[in-house]
Design a protein around this ligand. Structure first.
Ligand code: GTP
Length: 397
């Protein structure tokens, strides 16, 4: 009996120990926080079910032709612009000369209208002209002639004085000079225009604007990007050309400018355009190597035939300093015309007179703003009318 009791107790002990080993680990383990459901998991199952995909009916099984996927067309090329006509541009842009108008129209006319034109007044007139960059020699001539004519005239009305001043200024601008652009082709050969000047004068912009001037006047034009020094210049020129449908010939970066210019003229001959306009890199007149390079561009282009026009682009805001630069250019290439840019940004509009006197070369075009058609053929009478604020038809000089 005792033995039987011991066996029962031993069995009970085993059962109790076994039960504890099952319960204790459960009690020790801390419950894990529930992991937040992702947005997708949070959505009801129904929602997650993809809509049923219908298989396209097969042509074989249905006998119906399946349309091919639509062809995505390239965006249409921007329309070719029609540049403004060149006639009347200077009249349209006359207000751009407002800073110079203050000197000539208001300042000079005010002085001339004084009751007594004494020595001090004449000195003031002289100073105004010199400040407006007319240049000393031209100023002396203009003032001497004005003194003489006002003395002869005796009493003077404002209208008469305005007419006298206008006549003297037009005379100083030499209205007899030929200012037309030589841009007409010869038999089998386009006219070739070379555009030169110092850095930042506005050559590339002016090339683009000249292309528009020529196209407005009925020419076909090809542009040559021989400014291989400034990486963006060729892109800039190409954009200008693209707007008016003119092709641009360019070379690889840092290519020999003479070879790009040569290729451009060759392409112009092959495609029978009327005019090839060659843009060159800006260069300082005192850099001998760069000036020699310009001479080479000219010589290489001339293997095709003579250059018809070499335009020197001058920044009007550089005033008298620009004149010395200009002189050196005329020694290296045969400059036939001047383009005076940025006249809209200066009160020194008299620089037109000084440039022509110093270089003996006509100003053919003037830049009066950054807009694509803000380049005008230069006309002395219209320019003086604009400077003096005179109505074009009212000027009786
Ligand atoms: N206000 C005004 N700005 C002008 C005129 N002509 C050119 N410019 C500006 O002058 C700046 C220089 O023009 P660019 O054509 O790049 O000059 P660039 O001579 O080719 O320059 P480089 O190749 O560096 O020698 C540009 O911001 C033009 O918009 C103008 O008549 N009036």
């Amino acid at each position: 009996m005792k033995e039987y009791l011991l066996v029962v107790l031993a069995l009970l002990g085993v059962l109790i120990l076994g039960g504890l080993s099952l319960v204790v680990p459960r009690l020790r383990r801390r419950p894990e926080p529930p992991t937040p459901k992702t947005e997708v998991e949070a959505r009801p199952e129904e929602e997650l079910k993809a809509p049923p995909v219908e298989a396209p009916p097969s042509e074989v099984s249905t006998g119906i032709l399946v349309e091919p996927p639509p062809v995505i067309e390239a965006p249409p090329a921007p329309p070719i612009e029609v540049p403004e006509p060149t006639a009347g541009r200077l009249v349209r842009l006359r207000s751009r000369l407002s800073r110079s108008q203050n000197v000539f129209g208001k300042g000079l006319l005010g002085l001339l209208s004084r009751d007594h034109l004494d020595e001090d007044t004449w000195e003031e007139i002289e100073d105004s002209l010199i400040t407006a960059d007319v240049g000393i020699d031209a100023t002396r001539e203009i003032v001497d002639r004005l003194r003489e004519r006002t003395r002869v005239l005796g009493t003077r009305s404002v209208g008469e004085l305005r007419a006298l001043l206008a006549a003297e200024l037009v005379n100083a601008l030499d209205p007899t000079l030929d200012r037309s652009l030589n841009a007409d082709p010869k038999v089998g050969m386009p006219a070739v225009l070379l555009v030169v000047g110092v850095n930042g004068a506005g050559k590339t912009t002016t090339c683009g604007k000249i292309a528009r001037v020529l196209i407005a006047d009925g020419h076909t034009v090809l542009l040559g990007a021989a400014d291989t020094f400034r990486a963006a210049a060729a892109d800039q020129l190409e954009t200008w050309g693209g707007r008016v449908g003119a092709e641009t010939v360019r070379g690889p970066e840092a290519a020999d400018p003479a070879s790009v210019a040569f290729d451009a003229v060759k392409r112009g001959i092959d495609t029978s355009v009327d005019t090839v306009l060659v843009d060159t890199a800006g260069r300082l007149q005192n850099k001998v190597g760069l000036m020699d390079e310009l001479g080479k561009v000219k010589r290489v282009v001339e293997k095709h035939g003579p250059i018809d026009e070499t335009l020197l682009v001058l920044d009007a805001t550089t005033g008298q300093n620009g004149l010395e630069q200009a002189r050196v250019f005329t020694e290296v290439v045969n400059v036939t015309g001047v383009v005076l840019t940025k006249l809209d940004g200066t009160a020194k509009g008299g620089i037109v007179i000084a440039v022509q006197r110093k270089l003996g070369i006509p100003v053919k075009l003037v830049g009066l703003g950054e807009g694509p058609d803000d380049l005008a053929p230069f006309d002395p009478a219209q320019f003086v009318d604009a400077l003096l604020g005179t109505e074009p038809l009212a000027r009786g000089a």
